[in-house]
Design a protein around this ligand. Sequence first.
Ligand code: HEM
Length: 317
Amino acid sequence: SSVPSVPPPRVRPQPVLGPPARAAVFLVVTVDPGGETPAREVLAELPALERALAFPHPEGRLSCVAGVGAPAWDRLYGVPRPAALHPFRELSGPRHHAVATPGDLLFHIRAARPDLCFALTAEIMKRLRGAATVQDETQAFAYYDARNLLGFVDGTENPAGADAAEAALIGDEDPEFRGGSYAIVQKYLHDVAAWEGLTTEEQERIVGRTKATGLELDAPGSHKDVNTVLGPDGAEQRILRAAMPFGRPGRGEFGTYFIAYARDPQLTETMLRRMFLGTPAGGPDPLLDFSRAVTGTLFFVPSADLLQDLSEHGKPR
Ligand code: HEM
């Protein structure tokens, strides 16, 4: 009997597949010159912080996923990049623009209660003060029956269970980064006044689903249609979305914070190209006439094990 010499595969993911949340904070920061050490340290400490804050409130289901942008990966760790890690690619169509905005670290914090998200955000920021610049901090919430602020049920067609893992987590295609994922985030602001000027039937043709119950409609050119991407085998290719509404009605702000996890960001990018530039069969996504992207960033989400290894053995430059 021989002792196995191969180390166990790094497969313990971060809580990418996390339970549906009632509250979330999306925190995107850039690491200031000289802030690399505190940045590495907060990533290393994250599981402990999360455990400490979550433990007294198991019903609160606090979780945090951390992502690292392409330029930050090289600065923080100086080890080879995951195969598909690159900066978000800006898209300029005839009518719509998907901006690329700075972001070295993403913290996607979820819980059943907003206070737990707030507490973890505050602990992270305490450690990053003077070392990082906040690019965006969005506090988001689940709205009615998982609806977005356009009034439609959002997330219906998301893969669940083993399908979610299959869609979101890197496997043998990039063995060193197995259990990781790629996150693309975009913060959207809606023109709610214009949207409310439409009839329910017009809105349903744009989304491709019924408003009351979220049932599928045959609606060519709809958001649903534009985002139905088939693989070579004819099966629908899936990303894992965890978008959440946010807003400040007092300022006329109504938005959707979009986040998609995928084992290959090319799939999300294909969807974005179809939405912003158009499909071979038709125009861009009609939802974009009522939704403007104000941020856009791509992050690599290491597995929990890799994040720990990197913090302990990463090669700071
Ligand atoms: C489906 C809203 C942005 C990809 C949907 C649905 C709604 C919705 C209401 C139907 C219910 C569901 O299956 O979840 C929105 C809003 C967005 C947005 C308000 C931001 C303004 C995006 C973006 C992408 C995307 C940026 C991809 C990059 C998808 C996909 C589906 C979907 C893949 C499922 C299609 C299907 O198979 O039925 N979205 N979405 N969405 N959306 Fe979005």
